[in-house]
Write a protein that binds this ligand. Structure first.
Ligand code: PEP
Ligand code: MG
Length: 578
């Protein structure tokens, strides 16, 4: 079967990628008559019911920690079904008429399930599957067949016609990446159990699922109900990114991800997210971001033939900011040019794009482009907006930017526009000249945010996009840490807050170093938030300061990493990342 998308009903959230593995339940062959006396058949049935009751009790005991009381109640109800007087009366009557215990039991179960299916409420209809499930349990006992769910040897996506609650409870999340079924509905107990076990599931895909061959690569999206059969490289990468967010969210769920990050001695550090789309903004909030420390706005400008106008930008910013529900948001002005060319602003080819016309250097050549963006950002009226300029190298540049910004602000005030109540303007520190001279930049900004990706590449003269040297551009390098310290000291002396929004901020290992250097805010990919918050909580500020001081006197990035690993206090057992 070639590349294809199938759609079912989303039954349990999460995204998984893996080979298909078919679960096929064996047929239970029932003999109608055994020739035994009714008394003997009744006795066989009693023993089978007792054994089944013991099995269910063992299952309840084994799953007690993982399932909620409501979910355990599914099996409690099945346990009670075994002694249901109406069912037993019907079965005994059939045995009296000469039926075998299994034939009588099968008929009785089928009648109860059929009755449930005629009820108008889908909840009761879905309960029919639970009754059939407990019915099969007893039948297996009567027939002497063991039908423990066989599991794939390697992690796989389990495909099945349908799954019973017993099948689902036996799924091992280490080996079952996801589940997709031909039939079933999202209110079935199998779906409820999959949700509790944290296994993504899509149900009711229909017969097309049957054509997916064993071993075929599959993406299962339990949030949308979509299945991608034989995904392309890009589809796989997209699914992997969504899977990582889901896993991080799941790890965060039981933890204190939404709580602030406070060191053991009570020092609070703001943890924010780097965001480049509406989807990112939503994930940031779910993962416990206290704000956005870097909104990359390039998405508005790339892959198009004309520049986005003011109204179009306003329409793009509004829903994104709304998703952040009043949290402070640092909006970075366009950082294009050089390595990210814009077709509508042709530039001469540049031998060294990273040392060429990029970001605000481009804006200085096209001030109208920046003015339009600033007007759109300010016109959102979002309460806590911080505008941030990328790639500032000289004091002269920041003066020009600040004046342009104030001009736009005045112009909008003059026409009565509703501007952000808490509006700040700051700059990224990505170029060593800005770090070294931070005290001279400070009067022109409300804050500094350190872009360690570029700062490391410029400090170590190693192009971050050139695999031959990219490894050298390591932000753990003591030279980069010293530049960070210079910015923090100059910023704090002038009463400015200082953040870090490069990838370094998302490394749990870097958290104590940055906190120890006095950084006020860390901004990172949303998926990194729970782990970084947990890392901050392991240290005291005093310990982090000592660590940072030691790191500044080492020779290499690897020596810094070793130092942090060796000095890390043990993790708080309440904060295991699950
Ligand atoms: C940085 O340089 O660290 C940064 C955050 O900006 P970007 O990665 O977008 O260049
Ligand atoms: Mg940068």
């Amino acid at each position: 079967m070639g590349k294809q998308r199938l759609r079912g009903l989303p039954a349990s959230p999460g995204v998984a990628i893996g080979p298909a593995w078919w679960y096929r339940r064996g047929e239970l062959r029932v003999t109608r008559r055994t020739g035994e006396s009714p008394a003997a058949e009744r006795n066989r049935l009693r023993l089978a019911r007792e054994d089944s009751a013991a099995e269910l009790e063992a299952l309840i005991a084994a799953r007690r920690d993982r399932l909620s009381p409501e979910e355990l109640a599914i099996f409690e109800a099945q346990r009670l079904m075994l002694d249901d007087p109406d069912l037993l009366a019907r079965v005994e009557e059939a045995i009296e008429r000469g039926a075998s215990a299994e034939a009588a039991w099968e008929e009785g179960i089928a009648a109860v399930a059929a009755q449930l299916r005629t009820l108008p409420d889908p909840y009761f209809q879905a309960r029919a599957a639970d009754v059939e499930d407990v019915g099969r349990r007893v039948l297996r006992r009567l027939l002497g067949v063991s039908e423990a769910l066989e599991l794939p040897d390697q992690p796989a996506v389990v495909l099945a016609e349908d799954l019973t609650p017993s099948d689902t409870a036996a799924l091992d999340p280490d080996r079952v990446l996801a589940v997709a079924t031909v039939g079933g509905g999202p209110t079935s107990h199998a779906a409820i159990l999959a949700r509790r076990l944290g296994i993504p599931a899509v149900v009711g895909v229909g017969t097309a699922l049957g054509e997916v061959a064993e071993g075929t690569a599959l993406v299962v999206d339990g949030d949308t109900g979509e299945l991608i059969v034989s995904p392309s490289v890009e589809e796989r990468a997209g699914a992997e990114a969504r899977r990582q967010i889901w896993l991080a969210e799941r790890a965060a769920a039981g933890e204190a991800a939404a709580e602030p990050a406070v060191t053991r001695d009570g020092h609070r550090v703001e943890v924010a997210a780097n965001v480049g789309s509406l989807e990112d903004a939503r994930a940031a909030v779910r993962l416990g971001a206290e704000g956005v420390g870097l909104l990359r706005t390039e998405f508005l400008y790339l892959d198009r033939t004309t520049a986005p106008d003011e109204e179009e930008q306003l329409a793009a910013y509004r829903p994104l900011l709304e998703a952040l529900q009043g949290r402070p948001v640092v909006v970075r002005t366009l950082d294009a040019g050089g390595d990210k060319p814009l077709p509508y602003l042709p530039l001469e080819p540049q031998p060294n794009p990273f040392l060429g016309v990029r970001a605000i250097r481009l804006a200085r050549r096209h001030p109208e482009l920046l003015r339009v963006q600033l007007r759109a950002i300010l016109r959102t009226g979002y309460p806590a907006v911080r505008v941030m300029f990328p790639m500032v190298a000289t004091v002269e540049e920041i003066r020009w930017l600040r004046e342009l910004f104030e001009g736009v602000r005045r112009e909008l005030e003059a026409v009565g526009a509703e501007l952000p109540r808490d509006l700040q303007a700051g700059m990224m520190v990505e170029i060593p000249s800005a770090a070294v001279l931070a005290d001279r930049f400070a009067p022109w900004v409300d804050f500094f945010s350190i872009g360690t990706n570029d700062l490391a590449q410029y400090a170590l003269a190693a192009d971050r996009t050139n695999p031959a040297v990219a490894e050298l551009a390591d932000a753990f390098h003591p030279a980069v840490l010293r530049l960070i310290r210079m910015v923090v000291e100059a910023g704090h002396a002038a009463g400015r807050w200082v953040g870090v929004c490069g990838e370094l901020a998302g490394e749990p290992l870097a958290a104590p170093l940055l906190v120890g250097l006095g950084v006020d805010e860390l901004s990172m990919a949303p998926v990194a938030i729970p782990a970084v918050k947990a890392a901050i909580r392991r240290w005291t500020l005093a310990e982090a300061r000592t660590l940072a001081e030691q790191a500044l006197h080492l020779d290499s990035a690897s020596a810094v990493r070793d130092l942090v690993r060796a000095a890390a206090p043990p993790a708080d057992p309440r904060e295991s990342t699950g």
